[in-house]
Design a protein around this ligand. Structure first.
Ligand SMILES: *Cc1c(COP(=O)(O)O)cnc(C)c1O
Length: 392
């Protein structure tokens, strides 16, 4: 049984694609949604050939519509690959670095990706060069190696977590290509509705599907997208052999969540912009990090390569770590929790994680703006900031 992708005109807008992609074929009495297939193996006789389902670690019909939808959204020419988590996708992507190779990575990468790279380096698998990803000269020097070996992989995350620095994706992809480095872009924060790294020159796009794509804080999943057949084969092989596969129910839930991505992103981005402007003028806040603010160092770059500014913003609370913690505790609507990209607004002081780089200020709070009414979100932030910072 092979999957029959639903056929659509290719000029659909992305907010239509999230709804229309990955539907079952239009046959009388066919279900409108793909069914969940729970089977660890598939009937087969004779020699197993490429494309056979064969066994549940290689393929599952419930994965296909989601992989097709994600690929359409990112503009990949090959079906996507979903994984058991974003970090499983990171692991597969890092496996492309040859033994003894060089990886260039932002110092403010997603913490788990950075820790994984540091651990692999400590085992002697490759050399890691961490960089300020907003500084083109620094990244290019790390790519070319300045007399040493040139890089094999460039890792991009833009905006970064949690400092929201913006990388010049197109320019850096050209520099990476010139030295033969594969570019992987973690597009979790932006989603393909806001930023399309493959169009900007990246070879691979990575997602923690856990976040915006599934959108309801009820799934852990990752995905990789590429239009390069050799890279895709290597990543698929890694998934099949290392076994970090998504469960069918999670795949079904993620596609269900994806259907509303455009509405969720539209609302949360508009609210993030509004909250960033108001927080910027709040006495209890010493700094707002958000590429949507004209004063932000990444503003012009973000404007050039994104269709919006995302829904994550960070604030530095006036006062130190204890005041920032007190603000989080004084909130009633915002949920104190790690993670992001769900319908509900979340907030956390990033340095509560022992692994967070110390270049992230101790009084920095990361806000993942959800889809609640913006006035309710504002009122809660305002009361917490005002009562806590006034009592200092
Ligand atoms: C959460 C996250 C990851 C890791 O994904 P998991 O699904 O938690 O394994 C990777 N990159 C970014 C930017 C993330 O926010």
């Amino acid at each position: 049984m092979t999957h029959q992708p639903s056929s659509h005109p290719d000029n659909l807008h992305p907010d239509t694609v999230v709804v229309a992609a990955g539907r079952p074929a239009r046959e009388h009495d066919a279900p409108v949604n793909p069914p969940i297939v729970l089977s660890s193996t598939y009937v087969g006789t004779g020699t197993v050939v490429d494309g056979d389902r064969a066994y549940g670690r290689y393929s599952n019909p419930t994965w296909d519509p989601l992989e097709e939808a994600l690929s359409q959204l990112e503009g990949a020419t090959l079906p996507g690959l979903i994984f058991s988590s974003g970090l499983a996708a990171v692991s597969a992507a890092l496996s492309l670095i040859p033994a003894g190779g060089i990886l260039v990575m932002p110092i403010h990468s997603y913490q788990g990706a950075l820790v994984m790279a540091q651990e692999l380096e400590a085992k002697g698998l490759f050399t890691l060069r961490t960089v300020d990803i907003a500084n083109n000269d620094e990244v290019i020097a790390a790519l070319t190696g300045a007399g040493e070996k040139a890089a094999d992989m460039l890792w991009l995350e833009s905006p970064t977590n949690p400092m929201l620095e913006v990388a010049d994706i197109h320019g850096l992809c050209r520099s990476a290509q010139a030295v033969g480095a594969v570019v992987v872009t973690d597009n979790t924060f932006s989603t393909p509705l806001v930023q399309k790294p493959l169009e900007l020159g990246s070879d691979i796009v990575l997602h923690s599907v856990t976040k915006y794509l599934s959108g309801h804080s009820d799934v852990i999943m990752g995905a990789l997208l590429t239009s390069n057949p050799e890279l895709r084969n290597a990543l698929l092989h890694h998934r099949s052999i290392h076994g970090a596969i998504a469960g069918p129910f999670e795949a079904w839930l993620a596609l269900r969540g994806l259907r509303t991505l455009a509405l969720r992103v539209e609302r949360s981005q508009a609210s993030a912009m509004e909250l960033a402007s108001r927080l910027d003028a709040h006495d209890g806040v010493s700094r707002v990090l958000f590429p949507g603010l004209p004063s932000d160092p990444g503003h012009l770059r973000a404007q050039a390569q994104m269709t919006g500014f995302g829904s994550i913003l960070c604030i530095e609370v006036e006062g130190g770590e204890a005041v920032a913690e007190a603000v989080v505790e004084a909130l009633r609507l915002w949920t104190p929790a790690t993670s992001l990209g769900g319908v509900e607004s979340l907030i956390e002081r990033r340095r509560r994680h022992a692994n967070e780089p110390i270049s992230v200020p101790a009084n920095l709070l990361r806000l993942s703006v959800g889809i609640e009414n913006v006035e309710d979100l504002w009122a809660d932030l305002d009361q917490a900031l005002t009562t806590v910072t006034a009592s200092e």
